[in-house]
Design a protein around this ligand. Structure first.
Ligand code: SAM
Length: 202
């Protein structure tokens, strides 16, 4: 089974976007998040779930929620959970821009890798941010990793990309303040680094 770019994820799970596993270093991303090991962590827009699966190694006393809107991705993660008896992996099918199937104030850390630009493309920024905020605990963090706003060979079109400053503005409207910005992360491309990672606190 291939995804819509024809690239097969390493773990064989079905995806409707492009898995970042071949071109982003998951541990470089997780290293930014100051994970203690007992948190409720969510990989939001998890796709093949490779970030959630790596995060499980750091969260032996916590829970890892892996959420996607695409049913087959969630099904594959449920099959993995059952096969490997991974009690603290919780796959969820939800639309972030509509209703996340979780109670208010549940999560300590939410990470979204290569997902946020989709909400700009569909004009659902406020709905998505409000839902992410609702399920985050007070003092919890929402981390967005996405493509820098530059014209590059790979990645989403320039018009749907946002700069970290623009994202900061979107989150400020929801009373969420920036606590970290890493402007030099991701893949080495001719333009420099491919991504940024920005973190907000509730
Ligand atoms: C480009 S893929 C990235 C997948 C993964 N985060 C990675 O880095 O490999 C985008 C993912 O976001 C999911 N997605 C898009 N819109 C969503 C929404 N509104 N709610 C939940 N998931 C969504 C897609 O189904 C897809 O799996």
């Amino acid at each position: 089974m291939t995804n819509n770019t024809g690239i097969l994820p390493f773990n064989g799970h079905r995806v409707q976007g492009r898995s970042s596993e071949p071109f982003l270093d998951t541990n470089e991303i997780l290293d930014q998040l100051d994970i203690k090991g007992n948190e409720n962590f969510m990989d939001a827009g998890c796709g093949d779930g490779h970030v959630a699966i790596e995060a499980l190694k750091r969260l032996s006393k916590g829970k890892v929620y892996a959420l996607d809107i695409y049913e087959p991705s969630v099904e594959d993660l449920n099959n993995l959970k059952e096969k490997e008896n991974i009690k603290n992996l919780i796959p969820i099918k939800s639309d972030i821009a509509d209703k996340i199937d979780l109670d208010d104030n549940t999560l300590d850390i939410i990470l979204m890798v290569n997902v946020f630009h989709g909400f700009k493309a569909t004009n659902h920024l406020d709905e998505a941010i409000s839902e992410l905020k609702r399920v985050t605990k007070v003092g919890g963090k929402i981390a967005i990793m996405d493509y820098k706003k530059q014209d590059t060979k790979h990645g989403p079109p320039y018009v749907v990309r946002s700069s970290p400053e623009e994202i900061e503005g979107f989150f400020k409207k929801h009373q969420l303040n920036k606590v970290l910005l890493n402007n030099e992360i991701g893949e080495d491309i001719p333009e420099g680094k491919s991504h940024f990672l920005i973190v907000f606190e509730k």
